[in-house]
Ligand binder design. Structure first.
Ligand code: PLP
Length: 362
């Protein structure tokens, strides 16, 4: 599905030097790399504040908490995502309201969200799924008209943008994951919260560090959610290459789409080149299970993201609400994600495509 060793091979000297410096300096928590990574990430993303934390899940959880979302509130989100998106809403006691997704982009849209707004709705939590930017301009307009907050789940979209505006800079808050398989990934867990609001930044900073800004003074009950210095040092190096990595992903996606064009399946569509960074290349096929079987048979890494809408997961039963999810149900039955990483070769792409072709003939 992806080969993390290749990226390390390319960057190993730089990364191992950086790790070695951290080991020698022995400042493992809240050291200089963390501060520098935060300011470099803020600059790249075009936001006033970028605050690191322990994971994408923590970024979402503490963002919702910083925004004051609480029990009795509803947060409109997508059922077509990783569980963490909805878990974070549940952590603060609010109710995830799952709405249907667009059949082409697999993202929630303003038109669909609009019908689910009630007097309990406090926020919209769009996910830029698979690296494709959700239609943020209309979602932001809708939020403004209805006095709702926007928390973007950017776990899969580092570097995706529309008209030069990066994900994580459209809403009130953005939440990134640096899980190793993400398109900007570290060598363990890591996350980032972004905002242009001084107030939210201050609240998030308190929440992620035991409610404390000044040593031995605890203003609120907080959490321990810090990015460590080793991960920050690695991320600083990878951040310098993120545009190249994303461009390489886009090139792999373009080849897949060209080669798969004659087949009766739906390849990913996008608005502009930069609006999709292909964290995953996910297509829809009516013979998905045959494709899945053939790829497994040939030992080709792939995944079904996502086989079941979050609304049907036992974890969320009784604590969430769902509207009509016709598109989501259909997509869950037909989706399959192909191998995708920047270093993929033409031969590897061809091999995958030939297996998919065969599955459509059989
Ligand atoms: C859409 C989405 N949201 C949230 C997360 C959670 O991120 P993390 O694994 O860093 O906690 C993930 C990561 O798997 C994700 O894909």
């Amino acid at each position: 599905m992806l080969d993390l060793k290749l990226q390390h091979k390319m960057l190993h000297e730089e990364i191992e030097n950086a790790i070695s410096t951290v080991l020698h300096d022995a400042q493992f928590i809240m050291g200089p790399n963390v501060k520098q990574f935060e300011s470099e990430a803020a600059k790249y993303l075009g936001v006033k504040h970028a605050i690191s934390c322990n994971s994408g899940t923590d970024a979402l959880h503490l963002a919702l908490r910083a925004c004051g979302i609480k029990e009795g509130d509803e947060v409109i989100t997508t059922p077509f995502s990783f569980a963490a998106t909805a878990e974070a809403i549940c952590y603060v006691g609010a109710t995830p309201v799952f709405v249907d997704i667009d059949p082409i982009t697999y993202n929630i849209t303003a038109e669909i969200i609009q019908n689910a707004i009630t007097n309990k709705t406090r926020a919209i939590l769009p996910v830029h799924i698979f690296g494709q930017v959700a239609e943020m301009n209309s979602i932001c307009n809708l939020a403004q008209q209805n006095n709702l907050l926007i928390i973007e789940d950017c776990a899969q979209s580092f570097g995706a943008s529309i008209n030069q505006q990066q994900t994580g800079s459209f809403g009130d808050a953005g939440c990134f994951s640096f899980f190793p398989s993400k398109n900007l990934g570290c060598y363990g867990d890591g996350g980032l919260f972004t905002t242009n609001s001084d107030e939210l930044a201050e609240q998030f900073t308190l929440l992620k560090n035991h409610g404390s800004k000044i040593r031995n003074l605890h203003e609120i009950v907080g959490w321990n959610s810090r990015l460590d210095e080793l991960q920050a040092a690695i991320l600083r190096i990878k951040l310098k290459h993120i545009n190249t990595f994303n461009q390489q992903r886009i090139a792999v996606a373009n080849r897949y789409t060209e080669m798969l064009d004659p087949l009766p399946l739906q390849t990913p569509k996008r608005i502009t080149d930069q609006s999709h960074v292909f964290h995953q290349y996910t297509l829809l096929s009516k013979v998905r299970d045959a494709v899945d079987k053939q790829l497994s048979h040939q030992n080709i890494g792939h995944a079904i993201y996502y086989p079941m809408p979050l609304s049907k997961q036992k974890a969320f039963s009784g604590i969430s609400r769902a509207t009509d999810l016709t598109n989501t149900n259909l997509i869950c039955n037909q989706c399959i994600s192909l191998p995708m990483y920047p270093e993929m070769t033409e031969l590897q792409i061809e091999t995958v495509v030939n297996i998919i072709k065969q599955a459509h003939v059989d």
